[in-house]
Design a binder for this molecule. Structure first.
Ligand SMILES: Cc1cc2nc3c(=O)[nH]c(=O)nc-3n(C[C@H](O)[C@H](O)[C@H](O)COP(=O)(O)OP(=O)(O)OC[C@H]3O[C@@H](n4cnc5c(N)ncnc54)[C@H](O)[C@@H]3O)c2cc1C
Length: 337
């Protein structure tokens, strides 16, 4: 695709991928008309969530950023995209037409099929709203985390550092690899309760979360069989259930995400960032994704403008196991001084 042909572009998602794509595009071309759509008017960097999710200074106000850059900004959630009709359907019943579209809608936590996930105080990791969380952390003390990846373990340490009572519920924590026992030992010494072989079964409360029911995993044999179900008082529940590309508004069954490329193409639609990450569903640690997203978005901008892509070739990927082993050990050393 060459720069002469492109006069306008629409981008869904003002997160890391969308904004680094647009910054790269702007460096080369000032004349392309940009329409940016995001369901929120704020953006909190995902890699900062498990460090301090309530540091509101880290928030980027999207409308202001877009205005300064000369982009049209639409603050609405995309419900559906028709690639054939070149139309985007928004949650406010409006439609937006597009010529060239970049979907940079990030990742979505895998859904868990239990009652109560819509109550105030329940959070999927991909949808933490720092404003809501800040208010709730001021008034509540008991936190339950279901951990399926390293991110859940990082969050447990974060909440402990905020002096909360923290409980981890997990199938097995095998994703911790060879350092599993050492890490479990460390977590217990931090007074983090660990319920291995259990999963979330119900989030209880009327409008807001009051308690949580956990249930023994079918194949679990390690814990005392006389307690197949346990009930705890808890006002905050976090589901670290793994991530998947957030493409539900597209007919995602027709999309074959590229594994060897930084972005994917679906008809006239380009997919960038976590939404284009074919490996996301199997990941147990998200460290390194940020760098991949930034490189991929710059590569996509160059591709769309018909520039050289050679500097963006994928290199030898870092070994995943070593990567998260290193991260949790860093974390432990940090806490133990
Ligand atoms: C909980 C969590 C922790 C992570 N921690 C790390 C880490 O420590 N290190 C690391 O390298 N990577 C981490 N990652 C990976 C991280 O997602 C990427 O590094 C990077 O943020 C992905 O950028 P993105 O633009 O693809 O998605 P995002 O940065 O998530 O941006 C997506 C944007 O799309 C918008 N959007 C979504 N759906 C719609 C819709 N339907 N309509 C309109 N707008 C929509 C969102 O509001 C958001 O602004 C983490 C991810 C998660 C979910």
């Amino acid at each position: 695709m060459s720069s002469e042909k492109i006069t306008e572009i629409t981008v869904i998602g003002a997160g890391l991928a969308g904004s680094s794509f647009l910054e790269a595009l702007r460096k080369v071309s000032q004349s392309i008309e940009v329409t940016l759509i995001d369901k929120n008017d704020f953006y909190f960097p995902k890699d900062q969530l498990s460090k301090d999710p309530v540091d509101l200074k880290k928030i980027k106000k999207i409308s202001q950023w877009a205005r300064d850059a000369g982009f049209n900004f639409i603050s609405a959630r995309v419900d559906k995209i028709s690639e054939k009709r070149k139309k985007i359907y928004l949650d406010n019943s409006k439609k937006v037409e597009f010529k060239n579209l970049v979907v940079a809608s990030g990742a979505l936590s895998k859904r868990i099929d239990i009652k109560g996930t819509r109550k105030e105080g329940f959070f999927y990791l991909s949808e933490i709203n720092p404003y809501d969380l800040k208010t709730l952390l001021k008034i509540h003390n008991e936190v339950t985390l279901s951990a399926a990846t390293l991110e859940g373990i990082k969050f447990s340490l974060l909440f402990k550092s905020l002096k909360k009572e923290v409980r981890i519920v997990a199938a097995d924590l095998d994703f911790l690899g060879p350092d599993k026992e050492k890490i479990i030992d460390f977590l217990k010494r931090q007074n983090i309760e660990i319920h291995l072989g259990y999963k979330l079964d119900e989030v209880i409360g009327e409008r807001a979360v009051k308690a949580v029911k956990i249930k023994k995993e079918k194949n679990s044999f390690k814990e005392d069989e006389s307690f197949p179900v346990k009930l705890f008082s808890s006002q905050l529940v976090f589901a670290d259930s793994g991530l998947k590309p957030n493409l539900g508004f597209l007919d995602s069954s027709g999309i074959d995400l590229e594994t060897k490329c930084f972005f994917s193409k679906y008809g006239q639609i380009y997919i960038a960032g976590d939404a284009a990450n074919a490996e996301l569903e199997g990941q147990k640690s998200y460290r390194g994704n940020k760098a991949k997203v930034e490189r991929g978005s710059a590569a996509l901008a160059n591709y769309i403008l018909g520039l050289d892509l050679s500097q963006f070739k994928t290199g030898q990927e870092e070994n995943q196991e070593n990567r998260f082993k290193e991260e949790i050990i860093e974390e432990i050393y940090d806490k133990e001084g």
